[in-house]
Ligand binder design. Structure first.
Ligand code: WTA
Length: 655
């Protein structure tokens, strides 16, 4: 399927209902069933969640009260006692799942491991005991800075088992970023590896830990537990550093799970906000376990026969909720892949799908656009027939990428679940249910049952159909963040004060712009700071990007606003071209015309700049802040430590 034959429609009207065959076998089989669940959850949220908590999870002791809501602070399943590692491991051992693959891991160099539930349980217990021996007690924070190897998941589950909140720091973050996070979390122990393999290079994780801890910069850290992965020589510091492979053989595999209070902290995960300092998003145990469990089950229509693969890194919330906790709580087989598509193997993802017969594949739009750029020959060479559901997350997906995903990867038979959510929300908020919800390319469709979402203006009044506004959540849900670590004030001001309470009801402000269409479908436009105002018209950067990407010459586009005397703001587009096209003035003019054709004259880019690559964070998000600076001819402001490739900026500056 060539890109030029993909139709481009911005006001997307195509509807993709689930096939009858798919719907019949699904957990949630129809829109009517979805609506019944949604209505029940809206009318009786506490009853709805309590019934699921009872049927889906194991509790050591039942709760006294389902919800305590003292806005903006929520508590769920008060006095309930639970351990998420028990729900992810122990309870499967008394069933046939004992010897089912829990994790299938593929290393970048081609090595692999399959770990059953029984084996995973054993290793988690051993690591939990090692952590205890290193002095970790219930409530102590543990930093995890790991490559994508099974021990990353083992470390998380081991912490959860003994009640030590973990704070996973993405392995692509620099030592400076790691230091700041370990300091804020006051971690007692850090779990890391000698290194990891990424894009045919070794990521020197242990030396980054050494740098972060240099000169006693993080005085709380007493021990560093090091997993051997790459086997390169690394220095070990006297009494501080210990090897996992030396301690594991003698560590006991008997470690009863700590009965945690439902509201005990499970983890802190740092995420970028509008200010320079990352926020420590706090999640607790019971509600998070429940919500990630149920969303994984219904949104991915998860069955015991599935081979489920989420391509995220465990360093992000997607990895926490949808590689580790959600899938394992359901007893699923979860694939973990260490590598990334790279010059030496651009088709590696499709190799993994073919090798393990992946049935559910969950990735990000930025990856999908990269696949488009690499060409259809890579997926076309592999057998992808095992796939039955595709998912996307992280940013709005442009309809063209959606259609490509549907046609080339999904062979037109796989429902696509476009899941909108955030580090703060813990789990999916807006998402299709694949057997029930007809999808529209580019829309995350409807709220998950129990989520009361709306689009409002700054006073909290709902806006009209198809009008842009702020995406808010109106009722607490089990996996909502509880606070910003050690900073209730920032929690309040970031999420609950931009929009004042309406009729006494608090609104969670997500920071995203959205519109709701005539069918009640949500269209997320991106962060509100990415929404432009051109001649008084609200315009999503994403809309213009979609328009550009729908042109056959364009591989990827990033659009920012540039101050303009007359219009207020003007549209400035950075464009990378498909390998078969060359930059030229004619092409610029053609692309501008194309955008006008797709959206209207208000969206005509004032400037189009061709570039080989766009500045991205290591998680693949385009850093528009820098592009805005470049577009406005200003110095770059802000932190560049999260960038994947610094040379991209240099080139853009020179160009
Ligand atoms: C964006 C990632 C549109 C959004 C799970 C949100 C999305 C931010 C989608 C959170 C989606 C995530 N459609 N936008 N399906 N999913 N986003 O915390 O702007 O890394 O606020 O969580 O990503 O990013 P975070």
């Amino acid at each position: 399927m060539s890109k030029s034959t993909i139709e481009s429609i911005l006001h997307e009207e195509r509807l993709f209902p689930p096939s009858e065959e798919f719907a019949l076998q699904a957990h949630i089989t129809s829109l009517t069933q979805y609506q019944t669940l949604y209505d029940k959850a809206k009318e009786h949220p506490e009853l709805f969640w309590a019934e699921l908590a009872e049927s889906e999870l194991h509790w050591f002791q039942k709760w006294d009260k389902v919800l305590d809501w003292q806005p903006p602070f929520a508590k769920w399943f008060l006095n309930g006692k639970i351990n998420i590692s028990y729900n992810c491991l122990d309870r499967h051992l008394t069933t046939w799942r004992k010897n089912k693959a829990a994790l299938i891991w593929e290393g970048e160099p081609g090595d692999s491991r399959t770990i059953t539930y029984a084996q995973l349980h054993r290793e988690v217990c051993q690591m939990a005991n090692v952590l205890k021996d290193l002095g970790v007690q219930k409530g102590d924070r543990v930093g995890i800075y790991m490559p994508m190897i099974p021990e990353a998941a083992i470390a998380m589950l081991a912490c959860a088992r003994i009640g030590a909140p973990h704070s996973v720091v993405f392995g692509g973050f620099s030592s400076e970023a790691l230091k700041a996070r370990l300091q804020d979390a006051e971690a007692k122990v850090v779990i890391t590896a000698d290194g990891g393999f990424r894009k045919d290079k070794i990521v020197p994780l242990k030396s980054a830990v050494d740098e972060a801890l240099q000169d006693n910069a993080v005085p709380s850290v007493q021990k560093v537990l090091v997993v051997q992965r790459t086997k390169q020589d690394i220095p070990m510091v006297g009494d501080r550093d210990v090897w996992w492979h030396e301690l594991q053989p003698t560590a006991s595999a008997d470690c009863p799970p700590e009965p945690m209070d439902s509201e005990d902290m499970l983890f802190i995960l740092y995420t970028s906000g509008t200010t320079g300092k990352p926020k420590g998003v706090v999640h607790t145990t019971g509600g998070y376990n429940l919500y990630t469990h149920v969303t994984t089950k219904w949104t991915f229509d998860l069955k015991d026969t599935d081979v489920y693969w989420c391509t995220a890194d465990v360093g992000w919330i997607t990895g926490h909720s949808y590689i580790v906790y959600g899938p394992l709580s359901n007893g699923a087989t979860s694939v973990m892949y260490e590598g990334a598509p790279r010059a030496s193997n651009p088709g590696c993802f499709w190799d993994v799908v073919e090798k393990y017969g992946v049935t559910i594949f969950y990735t990000a739009p930025t990856a999908i656009r990269a696949f488009i750029k690499m060409g259809d020959q890579h997926p076309n060479k592999r057998d992808l027939s095992s796939l039955r559901i595709l998912g996307t997350v992280g940013e709005p997906i442009n309809p063209e990428a959606w259609i490509w995903y549907h046609q080339v990867i999904g062979q037109e038979k796989c429902p696509i679940v476009d899941t909108w959510w955030q580090t703060e929300t813990g789990g999916f908020m807006l998402t299709p249910l694949p057997g029930a919800t007809p999808t529209k390319p580019g829309s995350a469709t409807r709220p998950f049952p129990g989520i009361i979402a709306d689009v409002v203006d700054l006073d909290g009044n709902p806006v009209g159909t198809n009008e842009g506004g702020y995406l808010v959540i109106k009722h607490p849900w089990p996996s909502m963040m509880r606070t910003v670590y050690k900073n209730d004030k920032r929690f309040r001001s970031t999420y609950w004060e931009h929009i004042p309470p309406k009729d006494g009801k608090y609104l969670y402000f997500a920071g995203d712009g959205a519109r709701k269409d005539e069918d009640g479908y949500f269209w997320v436009m991106g962060r509100v700071d990415d929404v432009m105002n051109v001649s008084g018209h609200r315009l999503g950067t994403m809309e213009v990007e979609s328009a550009l990407v729908s042109h056959p010459a364009v591989a990827e586009a990033a659009v920012v606003s540039r101050p303009d005397e007359v219009k207020g703001q003007d549209v400035y587009a950075f464009v990378t071209l498909d390998s078969t096209h060359e930059p030229s003035d004619e092409l610029k003019a053609e692309l501008k015309k194309h955008v006008v054709h797709e959206i209207g004259a208000i969206a005509r880019p004032g400037e189009i700049r061709f570039t080989d690559a766009l500045p991205k964070t290591r998680s693949g998000k385009i850093i528009r802040r820098f592009l805005r600076n470049l577009a406005a001819g200003e110095e770059l402001v802000g932190d560049i430590s999260t960038m994947e490739d610094l040379s991209v900026l240099d080139k853009l500056r020179q160009g």
